[in-house]
Design a protein around this ligand. Structure first.
Ligand code: ADP
Ligand code: MG
Length: 704
C-alpha cells in the first residue's frame, strides 16, 4: 500500500524560505533582506549578489539546472523563460555555474507577445521582471528537471504594469498605509504592518484522459460545447462530501505532497456537488503569497492528473446543466502582531473599531460594486454566474443575523446596545456533546458573505487568478479608510465622529446588505429597485474599469494609471472575442468533420434497413422510418445553424478589435452557438452510441 509520509519533514523542502535564509545567509545579509521583505526597504546590489549566490548553491543541491523569473502576465496564467546557470566555457572547456544579484532582481524577457493592450508597441518589446522578495523562491521538479523559480513582477520599459502582481503589491501598500493610520487613531501604537490575508478554495473536475482526448471541445476550449444530459446528473446529491474514489484519492495524495514540498499549505479536500468535481483549500496566507500559491495549485492539479491518466478541468463550466467551478476568496486584514481587523469579538456591538471597519467595507463594496463584479469577469464565468449554483451577477453583502441586527440597531437608534447570542445547539443525543452554535447560519448564495472573521468573495471563476479581486478589495477599502482617517484627524470630538461615521455609513449603504436567497428571481427584482448594478456578462462588466470613479480610485492610490486601466479593458475585450471565436470555430469543426458525417453514416444504415427489411413481405419498418425521419429533420436544422454560425463568426472575426466586436460575439455569435447545440444534442440522444463520435456526459463524469 501507500508509503508513509512525514508531512512536517517534507513541508517547504523545496522553498527558499525564512529558515533556509537564516541558516545560509551571513547574518548581516539576512537582516538587510528581512528589512526589504518586511519594511519594503530597497535592496542593494551588493546584498542581492550574496543572496543570489546562496540561492543558487541551495537550488543546485536540490538538482536545479536552470532558473526562471516566474511572472503572471495578463493572460491569467503564469509565464517563464528558463536560463541555465552555466557560464561560457573556460579554456579547459568546463563551465561554471553562476547566478548574480542582477540576474536575481531583474530579468528582461522579450515581452512582445504578451498582452499589453496598447501599452507597448510590439517593436518596443522591452519588458522587465523584478524580484518580489516577499514571495519566496522555490525549486520546481518536473519533466524539465529542477528549476529555481523566482516570483517576479512584470513591467514595461516605461514602468507600466504588464502583470497582475505589480498592481497587487501596490494595492497592498495602499491598504497597509491607510489601515495603520486608522489603527493609530484607535490608539494602537504597536502594530507595524497590516496585510490582507487570503485563503482561496479551488474547485476542479477530474476526467479520464483517454476520453478527454476524444473531445476537440475540451482540448481547444476547456469545456464541452455539445453534450446531452445523461439519465442521472447531480440530483441525488450523492457525490457532495461522498467517499473519494480510490483513483482520485491516490491523485489527491500526490497533489498534497507536491504542494507541501513547495510550501503550499494544502489543508482541506473533498468531493464537490457535481459528479467528478472536487475542491482543495490551503490555509490562508498574505495575499501576494496566496495568489502565487493558487497558481501553483492550479498547475499542480493539472500536472499530477496527467500522471494518473486523468485530466483536470479548471474551466468554470465544463458541462452545461451541471454545476460549474469557482474559487472562494476568503479575505481579512491582519496586523503583524496578530490582530484581525475583521474579528468582531464576542460582543460586536461594543467593538467600535470592528463596527467602523465593517461599515467602511460596506461603503466600499456599495460604491464600487461594479468594479468588484468586474474583477470576477471571465468568459467562462459568464456560463456560471446567475445559474442556480453560483452567486448572481449582482453584488450584495451577507452579514447574517447577529451583525445584521447590530446594524439595524445602529441605523434606527444610532447606537447598538446588544448582540444576539449563538446559544447552544442541542443535538438531542445524550452521548453527543452540545455544540456552541455560531451566532449566524451560513448563506451559500451570497457573492460577498461575512463568515465569522473574514469576508468570502464567491464570484471568482475557477480558472481565473485571484489577483484582480484582491486588488479591488484592497484598494476600495483603502479609499474609505482614507476618508475616515481624514475626518477623524480633523474631528474635535473623535469618539463622537466615529459614532457618526458608523451610523452614516450603515444608513447610506444598507442597500448593499442582503441576507436572503441570492439565487431567487425576487432578489434580482429587489436589487433593481435598490439600484444595485446587475452586470450579467463579462462584456457588460468591463466598462467598470474605466469609469471616472474607478480611474480616480486607482490613480489616487497609484495602483493603476488611467493608461493601465484602459489597456486592461482593451485586453479583456480582446480576450473575450478570442475565446468565443475559438469556441465557435471548434463547434463548426466538430459539426462538419465529426457530427454530420456520423449522423449520415447512421441514417444510411437505418435507410438500408428500411429497404432490406421492408422488402421482406409483412415486415413493419415504422420504427426505422420514424428514426430516419427524426434524424434527418434534426440534421437539417444542424446544417442551417452551422451555416449561420459560420457566417456570423466570419463577420465577427473581420471586425476591428474592441468593445463593438466583443458585443457582437456576445449578442450574435453566442446565440448562434446555442442554436447549433440544440439539434446536435437532440441527435446525440437518437443516434446509436457506437456511431456517436465522442464520449457522452455520462461517460465523462461517471466513469472516472
Ligand atoms: P468553508 O467556506 O468551506 O467553510 P473554511 O471556513 O474552512 O471554509 O475556510 C475556507 C478558507 O478560508 C481557508 O482557506 C481558510 O484558511 C481561510 N480562512 C480562515 N480564516 C481566515 C481569515 N481570518 N482570513 C482569511 N482567510 C481565512
Ligand atoms: Mg467557502
Amino acid at each position: 500500500m501507500s508509503e508513509f509520509v512525514n508531512v512536517s519533514e517534507i513541508f517547504g523542502q523545496d522553498v527558499f524560505n525564512d529558515s533556509v535564509m537564516q541558516e545560509r545567509l551571513p547574518k548581516k545579509v539576512y537582516k538587510e533582506l528581512k528589512k526589504t521583505i518586511e519594511e519594503g526597504k530597497e535592496l542593494s546590489l551588493e546584498i542581492a549578489d550574496v543572496v543570489a549566490h546562496e540561492m543558487k548553491e541551495w537550488a543546485i543541491e536540490k538538482g536545479a539546472t536552470h532558473y526562471t523569473h516566474w511572472f503572471q502576465p495578463m493572460t491569467g496564467l503564469t509565464a517563464e523563460k528558463h536560463d541555465a546557470f552555466i557560464t561560457a566555457p573556460m579554456e579547459n572547456g568546463k563551465v561554471l555555474m553562476s547566478f548574480s544579484g542582477k540576474e536575481l532582481i531583474k530579468g528582461e524577457p522579450d515581452a512582445s507577445s504578451f498582452p499589453s493592450g496598447g501599452l507597448r508597441a510590439t517593436f518596443e518589446a522591452r519588458g522587465y521582471t523584478a524580484w518580489d522578495c516577499t514571495s519566496p523562491a522555490f525549486v520546481r521538479h518536473d519533466a524539465a528537471g529542477a528549476i529555481l523559480c523566482i516570483p517576479t513582477a512584470f513591467c514595461s520599459y516605461t514602468g507600466e504594469a504588464l502583470d497582475q502582481k505589480t498592481p497587487l503589491l501596490r494595492s497592498m501598500e495602499a491598504i497597509n498605509r491607510e489601515a495603520l493610520r486608522l489603527l493609530r487613531l484607535f490608539g494602537n501604537t504597536t502594530s507595524k504592518k497590516v496585510t490582507p490575508s487570503v485563503g482561496a478554495e479551488q474547485e476542479y473536475f477530474l476526467i479520464d484522459k483517454a476520453k478527454y482526448l476524444q473531445r476537440k471541445d475540451l482540448i481547444y476550449t476547456g469545456r464541452t460545447l455539445f453534450g446531452a444530459m445523461p439519465p442521472k446528473g447531480q440530483e441525488m446529491d450523492d457525490h457532495y462530501f461522498g467517499v473519494v474514489r480510490q483513483r482520485v484519492a491516490g491523485y489527491m495524495k500526490e497533489v498534497n505532497e507536491e504542494l507541501w514540498k513547495l510550501g503550499v499549505t494544502a489543508k482541506t479536500q473533498h468531493n464537490e456537488v457535481a459528479p467528478a468535481q472536487h475542491e482543495l483549500a490551503p490555509i490562508y496566507a498574505p495575499v501576494n503569497i496566496a495568489v502565487d500559491h493558487n497558481q501553483i495549485i492550479m498547475r499542480t492539479l493539472k500536472k499530477v492528473a496527467s500522471r494518473h491518466g486523468m485530466r483536470c478541468l479548471l474551466h468554470e463550466k465544463p458541462f452545461q446543466g451541471i454545476n460549474g467551478s469557482g474559487k472562494h476568496n476568503n479575505w481579512s486584514l491582519t496586523t503583524d502582531d496578530g490582530i484581525n481587523l475583521l474579528d468582531p469579538g464576542k460582543t460586536p456591538h461594543e467593538n467600535i473599531q470592528f463596527l467602523l471597519v465593517l461599515t467602511c467595507i460596506l461603503k466600499a463594496v456599495d460604491v464600487h460594486a461594479d468594479l468588484l463584479r468586474e474583477s470576477a469577469a471571465d468568459v467562462g464565468n459568464d456560463q456560471r454566474l446567475g445559474g442556480n449554483e453560483a452567486p448572481p451577477a449582482v453584488i450584495s453583502v451577507f452579514l447574517g443575523e447577529q451583525l445584521g441586527d447590530v446594524l439595524e440597531q445602529l441605523i434606527t437608534t444610532g447606537t447598538a446596545t446588544r448582540s444576539k447570542k449563538g446559544g447552544r445547539l442541542e443535538t438531542g443525543v445524550r452521548t453527543l456533546p452540545d455544540l456552541v452554535k455560531d451566532a449566524t447560519d451560513r448563506n451559500r448564495t451570497s457573492p460577498f458573505a461575512f463568515t465569522g472573521n473574514k469576508f468570502e468573495f464567491r464570484m471568482v471563476g475557477s480558472r481565473d487568478s485571484i489577483a484582480s479581486c484582491n486588488i479591488v478589495l484592497n484598494t476600495i477599502t483603502a479609499e474609505v479608510f482614507r476618508e475616515v482617517n481624514e475626518r477623524l484627524e480633523k474631528a474635535q470630538d473623535r469618539d463622537l465622529e466615529v459614532h457618526d461615521i458608523i451610523k452614516e455609513f450603515a444608513t447610506d449603504h444598507q442597500r448593499i446588505v442582503f441576507n436572503g436567497n441570492g439565487y431567487s428571481k425576487e432578489w434580482e427584482e429587489e436589487a433593481k429597485r435598490r439600484g444595485l448594478p446587475n452586470l450579467p456578462t463579462m462584456v457588460d462588466a468591463i466598462p467598470a474599469l474605466t469609469t471616472p470613479k474607478a480611474i480616480k480610485l486607482f490613480e489616487t492610490f497609484k495602483v493603476f494609471s488611467r493608461a493601465e486601466l484602459e489597456s486592461r479593458a482593451e485586453i479583456q475585450y480582446e480576450s473575450y472575442a478570442k475565446a468565443v471565436n475559438i469556441e465557435a470555430r471548434t463547434m463548426i469543426n466538430m459539426t462538419t468533420k465529426q457530427i454530420i458525417p456520423a449522423v449520415i453514416r447512421y441514417t444510411t444504415t437505418v435507410a438500408d434497413s428500411v429497404h432490406s427489411v421492408g422488402s421482406i413481405e409483412g415486415m413493419d419498418v415504422s420504427v426505422q422510418t420514424d428514426i430516419l425521419k427524426k434524424c434527418t429533420q434534426h440534421l437539417k436544422k444542424v446544417n442551417e445553424a452551422l451555416h449561420h454560425l459560420n457566417e456570423v463568426t466570419d463577420i465577427a472575426a473581420a471586425m476591428e478589435d474592441g468593445r463593438e466586436r466583443a458585443i457582437y460575439y456576445k449578442d450574435t455569435v453566442i446565440p448562434a452557438m446555442a442554436d447549433l447545440r440544440t439539434p446536435v444534442d437532440a441527435l446525440e440522444i437518437l443516434v446509436d452510441k457506437k456511431v456517436w463520435p465522442m464520449p457522452s456526459y455520462g461517460d465523462l463524469i461517471f466513469e472516472v
